[in-house]
Design a protein around this ligand. Structure first.
Ligand code: MG
Length: 166
């Protein structure tokens, strides 16, 4: 019998939405979405990719995104979060882990994400170096309740499962 070590990590992130930075792209799951809105933050503010990064770091026992990429560091200003995820995937793999699955939910009122979910899952899967069926991206709204429901920001949650020989 092969004994394997299976770990699961949880990621959660939130970023404000802005409509006053027309030149700032709206990037989610590494996909640029055409919108007058954008997520605001030190990096590209890709809230979904940040949640996936924290889920992976959590599963591998490697801390959190703020320890690896502090938002006080000028190196990460405007950073491409997919490149940060690729770096974290390298750390996880260096630990002998293989990513088996990632599931995520994005909560925001607009823009509508349904046309973009498949592309986001594909981009994340390619960065995680797994087949696309192992990554699932879901989208929902906050039903106009709370700050997310008022369109002030977006929240993302993710779980990642990784495995290595015990
Ligand atoms: Mg973030």
């Amino acid at each position: 019998m092969t004994i394997v070590d299976v770990r699961t990590g949880l990621g959660w992130d939130s970023h404000r939405l802005t409509d006053t930075q027309p030149d700032r792209p709206f990037v989610l799951g590494g996909v640029t979405i055409d919108s007058p809105l954008a997520l605001d933050g030190h990096s590209d503010a890709d809230v979904l990719t940040h949640a996936v990064i924290d889920a992976l770091l959590g599963a591998a026992g490697l801390g959190d995104i703020g320890e690896h990429f502090p938002d006080t560091d000028e190196r990460w200003k405007g950073a491409d979060s997919i490149a940060l995820l690729a770096h974290v995937v390298g750390l996880v793999r260096d630990g002998g882990w293989t990513v088996t699955s990632v599931d995520a939910t994005v909560v925001l009122e607009r823009p509508k994400l349904s046309p973009h979910k498949a592309a986001m899952a594909e981009r994340l899967a390619a960065t995680l170096r797994v087949e696309s069926g192992r990554v699932n991206v879901k989208a929902t709204t906050a039903e106009r309740m709370d700050a997310v429901g008022r369109g002030e920001g977006a929240v993302a949650q993710a779980v990642a499962t990784i495995v290595r020989p015990a």
